[in-house]
Design a protein around this ligand. Sequence first.
Ligand SMILES: [Zn+2]
Ligand SMILES: [Zn+2]
Ligand SMILES: [Zn+2]
Length: 284
Amino acid sequence: MKITFLGTAAATACPLVFCRCPVCRLAWKTGGPDFRRRSSVLIGDDLLIDLGPDLMGSAFAFGADVSKIRFLLQTHSHSDHFDAGHLITRLPDYATEDPLPLEICASAETLRHMSDALAREETGATLLAEDWQARLRLSIHPLRHGDSVTLGNRRVTAVESNHDPRDGSALYIVEEGGRAFFYATDTMRLTDRAWALFLERGFAFDAIAIDATYGPGAQGGGHLSADEAAEEIARMRAEGILKPEGRAFITHISHEGTPPHAELERFGRERGFEVARDGLTLEL
Ligand SMILES: [Zn+2]
Ligand SMILES: [Zn+2]
Ligand SMILES: [Zn+2]
C-alpha cells in the first residue's frame, strides 16, 4: 500500500497568512517541512481521504494525477477537509471531460453537510438524489461506526470520531494486501467504542497517522495535542493495536504551540512518534 501525505496542516495551514513569527518566516523561506497544506492523503493513485482546499497545489507539487481518483473517503465536512468547489466541477456544465466514476464514503451526517455545501455552489445541487448523482457521475455509501466496505482491492472500515459528532466525523482504517493503515484525524481522545472495535476485530496496524493539532503542552478544543497523541499511540502499541514495528505519525498540525518541524521531530523521537510532512510517502 502506497500512502502519500498531500497535506499535514490543520485548518489554518502553515505559514499563517498574516503571521511574522520565525516559524512562518522559515516556512516561507525554505518551503520545507514547516510549509504545510490542509490535511489530505492519497492511497495508491485512486483513493483519496478528504477532498480538501489545497488539493490542486499539493497534487502538482507531489506529482499526483488526481483525475485517477475513483474513491473518496470523507472524514467530515469542515472546510479544511472538503472543498465543494472541486466536487461541483464533475457536472457537465463545468466542462469536465469524461470523469471516472467516483464512490464517496462518509457518515450520513457528513454526506448531508457535503450536499448542503454543494448546493451553495450550484442552486438545487444535491448529493442525495439519484438524478444529481448520475449528473455528477458518483455514488454515495453512508457508513456508520464499524461498517466495512470493499473499494477495489481495499477494505475500508469507518471508526467514530468525537471531533464533531453533529457532522458525523469519522476516522478510517484502510486495508490492502495484508497491510493496515489507520488515518485518525480529526479527533480528540479515541472513544471507548473505537478501542473496543480495534480489539474485537483484532486490528494490528502497520502505520497510523493521528491528529496532533496543538503543539506539546498546548491546549485547544476538538483535537489532540502532540503529547496527547503520544499517549494514544503508546496505548495502541501496548495493546498490540499498532504492531511493534508499526510506524506512528502525527498530522493535522497547526501553528498553535507547535515548534519548527525539526524540533517537533526530536520531541517525537523521545515519545515514539514521527512527524508527517507534506509529500511524505510510505510503502507498507
Ligand atoms: Zn481539520
Ligand atoms: Zn507564525
Ligand atoms: Zn474538523
